[in-house]
Design a protein around this ligand. Structure first.
Ligand code: PHE
Length: 521
């Protein structure tokens, strides 16, 4: 309003530093005041009520030390003020002066006060010799503080700069003239064209706010993928390009039968204990497995069969029907392998997996025994009753692949691993003999980690035992190899995370998830 009134009276405002902002006693010479002026000018400009030109200046502002002097006086003035008038008190020694005004002020101020002939020596100490002083530095700084410059000129300014009491700052001031929509009324222009304006005809005389094409749009909101999902997608693509089909893994709850017994895990195995496995209390029991298969599985455990001696340990039906949270996705693989062997068991299933033309499915005797090769994978959640820490949670994701074909060997498994891991960006892999109840031989997979500069365990693999495959009905020449790895570890390495809780659990920040980049393989 001040700008508009002045323009109305004088047509132009040649220098906005002459304005006195309402509520302030001094003209708006400081940079802060000019920033306030600029805000008003921009708002008036957007309504084309004014136009203005910007002028750049170099103004001065006080440094932190300059500010302190403007308040408390210069070091020399502080020294002078701390001393007694000559003859009216004991002279102050250097040591006393230091405790009175501080080390820094004492050492800087004493010399200058001496040079100015404000103080003098009296015996071992100092006294005032000037009855009054003019603290020019303080006065100069106060002038710079309020006007951004000094009337006395550049020489003194340069001296204050050298003493680091003031700093140069770019400043602006403005010349203002009337714009095409000049008026002294600051009534806000309309921002919307309303139905009322159209019906009343008010739109003809209304002024409208100009559309601001520079304004930032509202941030878009929407879902974003969790890092685990992104890495899962990459791994899924590796499987798919290698010709694998994805297994259904929706059932987190399995029975002891499918999680362990079908895999020839002995019923006395420590992994089956409550410390390692979460059991369900309601419902606690699964339905009974298919009787014929169940009988074969229980027999091979208890008494052996198919050339195996079995475990020769007591069999408990109760163990097979216990419901639990699956401890590995190999439980899902077992379901799928059992299904894959259905045709071999002579069950009537649709042949949806016909082999390529000219290649009849047959075994070495030239007969179709119903077997069809398969490459299957899954990536899903598993649960283990473990103590949680920075790198372990009670639930995590497993990546699992199984390959079923006639006469596969350990070399096939190793060759497969090498291709699979190289597609994951891991070129150097090593294998170490290991033990799994359901695979023989079993191999732990190690990869060389260039950042950690050591070999780290990345997975577990093996050839499924005949004690698992033959009760399902697979012909003797069918071999199945499989491997499993965690999803969390490669994800944490990829995203440089060292605490699993950054990724999963109630402490995970949504902002972190939203802001996490799509990974590069
Ligand atoms: N189930 C194994 C694990 O939990 C992984 C694995 C899968 C091993 C298939 C061999 C074959 O570590």
């Amino acid at each position: 309003q001040l700008v508009l009134d002045l323009l109305d009276a004088n047509t132009t405002i040649p220098d906005t530093r002459t304005l006195t902002i309402p509520g302030q006693s001094e003209p708006a010479t400081s940079q802060d005041a000019q920033i306030t002026v600029l805000g008003a000018l921009n708002s008036l400009l957007s309504r084309e009520m004014v136009s203005f030109e910007t002028h750049e200046t170099l103004a001065h502002a006080l440094s932190a030390e300059g500010n302190q002097i403007a308040i408390e006086g210069s070091h020399e003035a502080r020294v002078w003020a701390a001393l007694p008038v000559k003859g009216q008190g004991a002279p102050v020694t250097v040591a006393q002066l230091k405790t009175l005004v501080g080390d820094e002020t004492a050492s800087i101020g004493q010399g200058r006060a001496f040079k100015n002939k404000w103080i003098g020596k009296d015996g071992d100490g100092f006294v005032q010799i000037a009855p009054t002083i003019q603290d020019a530095t303080k006065l100069d700084l106060l002038e710079v503080q309020s006007t951004g410059t000094l009337k006395s000129g550049e020489k003194v300014l340069a001296d204050l700069r050298k003493r680091k009491l003031i700093v140069q700052r770019k400043g602006q001031w403005f010349t203002v003239s009337k714009g095409p929509n000049f008026s002294t009324s600051t009534a806000k222009p309309e921002t919307d064209l309303t139905v009322e304006m159209l019906t009343s005809g008010a739109w003809k005389t209304s002024t409208f706010k100009k559309y601001n094409f520079e304004a930032e749009g509202a941030p878009t909101t929407g879902g974003s993928l969790h890092p685990l999902l992104k890495v899962r997608e990459e791994i899924r693509n590796i499987f798919l390009e290698m010709g694998f089909a994805e297994m259904p893994t929706a059932s987190f709850v399995e029975s002891g039968f499918w999680c362990f017994d079908a895999l020839f895990v002995p019923q006395q195995h420590p992994a089956r204990e409550v410390q390692d496995t979460f059991y369900l209390s309601d419902p606690a029991k699964s339905l009974d497995p298919e009787p014929k298969y169940y009988k074969t599985v229980s027999t091979i455990h208890e008494h052996g069969g198919f050339g195996s001696t079995g475990y020769r340990a007591p069999w408990s039906h109760d163990e097979t029907t216990k419901l639990l949270l699956r401890t590995h996705t190999t439980a899902s693989s077992a379901h799928m392998l059992y299904k894959l062997a259905a045709r071999c068991r002579g069950e009537d299933v649709e042949d949806d997996d016909r082999p390529a033309a000219g290649k009849k499915p047959q075994n070495s005797d030239g007969k179709d025994d119903g077997f069809r090769p398969a490459k299957l994978f899954s990536i899903d959640r598993v649960f283990r009753n473990e103590t949680t820490d920075a790198t372990h949670l009670a639930e995590f994701h497993q990546v699992e692949g199984v390959v079923a074909d006639r006469n596969l060997t350990l070399a096939d498994l190793i060759g497969f691993m090498k291709v699979f891991f190289s597609k994951m960006g891991i070129q150097q892999v090593r294998f170490k003999p290991a033990y799994n109840p359901y695979t023989e031989p079993s191999l732990e997979i190690f990869a060389f980690h260039p950042l950690l500069n050591r070999w780290v365990e990345v997975g577990n693999s093996g050839m499924f035992r005949p004690e698992m495959l033959e009760p399902m009905g697979f012909p003797k020449d069918v071999r199945v190899h499989g491997w499993g790895l965690g999803l969390e570890r490669p994800t944490m390495i990829r995203y440089g995370i060292n605490n699993i809780r950054t990724l999963l659990g109630h402490k995970t920040s949504i902002d972190y998830i939203e802001g996490s980049p799509a990974p590069m393989l």
